[in-house]
Design a protein around this ligand. Structure first.
Ligand SMILES: *Cc1c(COP(=O)(O)O)cnc(C)c1O
Length: 409
């Protein structure tokens, strides 16, 4: 009996284990030197000026939204094709969520829909404070276009780049790394085991804005300030001494411990290898789908020229013929999902549209709803994609898909 294939999984080796074990013998398990080392390495990998490590990707989104000053009642616009955490971050800060529609061919947020839903919210007298595009599946969103919309309305851009560490895009005649924050005010990462690198749980915010960076650092540690230059009590006050600190903000304990930064540093040294392997697997899937004539039954997500995905997910869209309704497509997708599970291929669905979630009922959607997101959702299925996968695993998955397709021909 062959092992079931998960849709994603970490790849740890001996050097990762050694890095963690070494750290366990050090004086610092947390709040030590490895935090700054890991953050410097993240800046090196992305081109951002600052990186702030935090306890998970959701905490990264929460702090980014707060640090960029979304006030209660203000709007954060995001994509319905994302993990619920993106929308939740706006709600944690007391904000209201508005969803923009996506392009069903890519699952990426449509900047024109962002502009339309922003105008709609503003007509209702609401202030749009932030826009949170998602680099879905590893393919960069059109963040430059989103930034142009944001600049027109005085909003800030926080990219949820949890899927796209290692990805690149072209804009203005240059190539930019995801997370460089050339167009976004901040970008967030997750180091959950299914993501490109892992610290078990972990995340980071990237930014090139000095003020935003300072707020992130403060908010990660209870809002406490120790930096002498920023303390409010006079330096000659006898009540103030070397122990003195002041709480200037309502912050949190969202620190990532040194032990996990040690793991992150070790993992990050192999990022290029992980991403190369993911790209090779994506190409193998594309080739295999074409060679097996699977195309009418399922098709890979569209690749946009000038955007180099780092392939967090390998998503296919199930088809059910030219004029099929969403319900017909959904029935075909469900039968493929069940067939693959039966064959030990643990595929997944990314994502159930967030505006369908009962907790997010009553959020603002564009007039006419999000038909692109709903169309995309009906047929999407994520096939196994992780760097430790073998080429033979791709064949195993596609053989199982062929079995399903043959039964439908
Ligand atoms: C994984 C993920 C998150 C949340 O990250 P955690 O580390 O699990 O909290 C947020 N957004 C997206 C798009 C993700 O894939």
């Amino acid at each position: 009996m062959t092992e079931p294939l998960p849709y994603g999984r970490q790849w740890l080796d001996r050097s990762d284990v050694d890095a963690v074990v070494d750290c366990l013998g050090d004086p610092y398990l947390t709040q030590g030197p490895r935090i700054a080392e890991f953050e410097a390495a993240l800046c090196g990998a992305t081109g951002a000026k600052h990186a702030v490590s935090v306890s998970n990707g959701t905490a990264a989104l929460h702090l980014a939204v707060l640090a960029a000053r979304l006030s209660p009642g203000e709007i954060g616009i995001t994509s319905p094709i994302t993990f619920v955490a993106t929308a939740n971050a706006v709600r944690y800060a007391g904000g209201r969520v508005a969803f923009a529609d996506v392009d069903p061919a890519t699952g990426l947020i449509d900047p024109e829909s962002v502009a339309r839903v922003a105008a709609q919210a503003m007509r209702e007298g609401l202030r749009v404070a932030q826009i949170l595009p998602v680099d879905f599946a590893g393919q960069p969103a059109d963040v430059p276009a989103v930034r142009a919309v944001a600049d027109r309305i005085g909003a800030r851009v926080i990219a949820d780049s949890a899927h796209a560490l290692g990805a690149e895009f072209e804009a203005g005649g240059a190539t930019h790394s995801v997370g460089s924050c050339r167009f976004a005010h901040a970008a967030t990462l997750s180091f959950h085991p299914v993501k490109h690198i892992t610290t078990a749980e972990g995340g980071a915010i990237l930014t090139s804005d000095d003020e935003l960076h300072q707020r992130l650092v403060d908010l990660r540690n209870h809002g406490i300030v120790r930096d002498h230059a920023r303390l409010r009590r006079p330096a000659d006050d006898p009540m103030r001494g070397g122990w003195w600190y002041e709480q200037h903000d309502l912050g949190f304990n969202y620190r990532l411990p040194d032990v996990l930064c040690a793991l992150g540093l070790s993992q990050l040294s192999r990022l290029a290898q992980f991403v190369d392997r993911r790209r090779a697997l994506a190409d193998a899937y594309d080739r295999g789908i074409a060679e097996r004539d699977l195309e009418p039954h399922l098709a890979p997500l569209a690749r946009i020229p000038g955007r180099k995905s780092s392939w967090h997910l390998y998503v296919v869209r199930v088809g059910a013929g030219e004029n099929a309704t969403d319900a017909e497509v959904a029935r075909a997708r469900k039968s493929l999902y069940d067939h693959l599970r039966e064959a030990g291929v643990l595929c997944q669905v990314h994502y159930i549209p967030v505006h369908w979630q009962p907790e997010h009922a009553g959020t603002i959607v564009p007039e006419g709803g999000c038909p692109g997101a709903e169309r995309y959702y009906a047929g999407c299925l994520s096939l196994p994609m992780f760097p430790a996968m073998q080429d033979s695993d791709v064949d195993r998955v596609l053989d199982a898909v062929s079995g399903w397709a043959d039964a439908r021909r």
